[in-house]
Design a protein around this ligand. Structure first.
Ligand code: PLP
Length: 353
C-alpha cells in the first residue's frame, strides 16, 4: 500500500536530549491508516501531528476499544538507525486485536507505518547515550454509536517521541509493594493483551504505592491472590538459589519481548530458567532464608529494572543488599549493547532502517 506523506508546514523545536521526560515531546508527524469492514485497510498516510477528531460517541471513548504497542528506534555509533524485534510487536498487536475484536493488520502495513514514520522523523532520533525514539503504535475502535458492539471503522495510528534513560539517575534498585487489594487482570480477562483497560485497572494501586513511597506494585493473580504475575507494567524475574524463575504465560501475564529476550540470553549463558507459578510466600521465604539472590523487572521502556526492596503487609525484605545484582547488570549491558549496536546480535533481533 502506498503511503501518502503530507509534510508539516512548520517544524517544532527539538527538545534538549539531556533533559527528556518520558513520552512528552511528540514529533512533527504521525502515521494513520483506516480500516472499514468490507473494505479492509486503506488510506495509509503520514500527516502533521495534530489532535484527532473523534465523534464523542466513538466506542474507544466509552468501552475502551483500544490496543497499543511500545518499541524504540536506536541511533548507533555510525549514525544509522535500527529497531529491536519490531515484528514481535506487530505479532503481539494482532494477538491483542483478536482479544478485543479489532481487525488483524497485515504485518507489512503495520511495519511500514513504523519504519516510514521513523524515516520521516529521523532527525528526532537522539544521539546522546541511553536516548532513543520511543514508538507508540495503537489501534482504536471508532464506530459512533453507544451500543456495545465491536467497531466496523478502526484506525491504526503511530506516534513517536524522543526519550532519555527511563531512570535518569541511573540503574538504581526500586522499592516494590505487593498489592493485595486490586488486581490488574484475570485469566479469561485481558491480561495477555496490551490494552488501555489493564492500565486503567492498575492506576489506583500505582497511585497508593507511590504515596507510600514505593515505585511500583507487584501484582498477584486475580483468582488465588497468591501467585506473582508482573511488577508495575513490566514482567518480573527472580534469581533463587542459582536458578532463574519467572511467572509462566498463564493468560493473565503479558508476553513481554524483553522477557523473551532475557530468557534467551540467560539460556545462552547456561542458566536454568523456570517459567512457572511462583507464590509470594515462596518469594518471601527465599528472601528470609537467603536464597533470593536477585529480582528485576523487564520491559521496553526501562529494559531491566533492579528490585532492591519488597514489602508485603508488615513484612519487608531487602534484595541483594539493595544493590543492582550481577545478572541484572549483565542483562542490561547485553540487551542495551545489542539495541544500540555495540555488541553482536547472534539472534537476528535487529532490523536496520
Ligand atoms: C508492555 C508490557 C510489558 C513489557 O513488554 P515488552 O515487550 O518487554 O516491552 C510487560 N507487562 C505489561 C503489562 C505490558 O503492558
Amino acid at each position: 500500500m502506498e503511503i501518502k506523506v503530507t509534510p508539516a508546514a512548520t517544524l517544532k523545536e527539538k527538545p534538549d536530549s539531556s533533559t527528556l521526560v518520558f513520552g512528552k515531546a511528540m514529533t512533527d508527524h504521525m502515521f494513520i491508516a483506516d480500516y472499514n469492514e468490507g473494505q479492509g485497510w486503506h488510506d495509509a498516510r503520514i500527516v502533521p501531528y495534530a489532535p484527532l477528531q473523534i465523534d464523542p460517541a466513538a466506542k474507544v471513548l466509552h468501552y475502551g476499544e483500544e490496543i497499543f504497542e511500545g518499541l524504540k528506534a536506536y541511533r548507533t555509533a555510525d549514525g544509522s538507525i535500527q529497531l529491536f524485534r519490531p515484528r514481535d510487536n506487530i505479532d503481539r498487536m494482532n494477538k491483542s486485536a483478536q482479544r478485543l475484536c479489532l481487525p488483524q493488520i497485515p504485518e507489512e502495513l503495520a511495519l511500514a507505518g513504523i519504519t516510514k514514520l521513523v524515516e520521516v522523523e529521523q532527525d528526532w532520533v537522539p544521539r546522546e547515550k541511553d536516548t532513543s525514539l520511543y514508538i507508540r503504535p495503537f489501534m482504536i475502535g471508532l464506530d459512533a454509536a453507544l451500543g456495545v458492539h465491536s467497531s466496523k471503522h478502526v484506525q491504526y495510528i503511530v506516534v513517536v517521541c524522543p526519550v532519555g534513560a527511563y531512570y535518569p539517575e541511573g540503574l538504581n534498585p526500586v522499592k516494590i509493594f505487593v498489592e493485595e487489594q486490586d488486581v490488574r487482570a484475570v485469566k479469561g480477562g485481558m491480561g495477555m493483551a496490551k490494552t488501555g483497560g489493564n492500565y486503567a485497572a492498575s492506576l489506583r494501586a500505582g497511585d497508593l504505592a507511590e504515596k507510600a513511597g514505593y515505585s511500583q506494585v507487584l501484582w498477584l493473580d486475580g483468582v488465588h491472590r497468591k501467585y506473582i504475575e508482573e511488577v508495575g507494567s513490566m514482567n518480573v524475574m527472580f534469581k533463587i538459589a542459582g536458578k532463574i524463575l519467572t511467572p509462566d504465560l498463564n493468560g493473565s501475564v503479558l508476553d513481554g519481548i524483553t522477557r523473551r529476550s532475557c530468557i534467551q540470553l540467560l539460556k545462552d549463558w547456561g542458566y536454568e530458567v523456570e517459567e512457572r507459578r511462583i507464590s509470594a510466600s515462596e518469594l518471601f521465604e527465599a528472601a528470609e532464608n537467603g536464597t533470593l539472590e536477585e529480582a528485576w523487572g523487564t520491559g521496553t521502556a526501562a529494559v531491566v529494572s533492579p528490585i532492591g526492596e519488597l514489602a508485603m503487609g508488615s513484612k519487608k525484605v531487602t534484595v541483594s543488599n539493595n544493590q543492582i545484582g550481577e545478572i541484572t547488570q549483565k542483562l542490561y549491558d547485553e540487551l542495551t549493547g545489542i539495541q544500540w549496536g555495540r555488541v553482536a546480535d547472534p539472534h537476528g533481533w535487529i532490523m536496520k532502517l
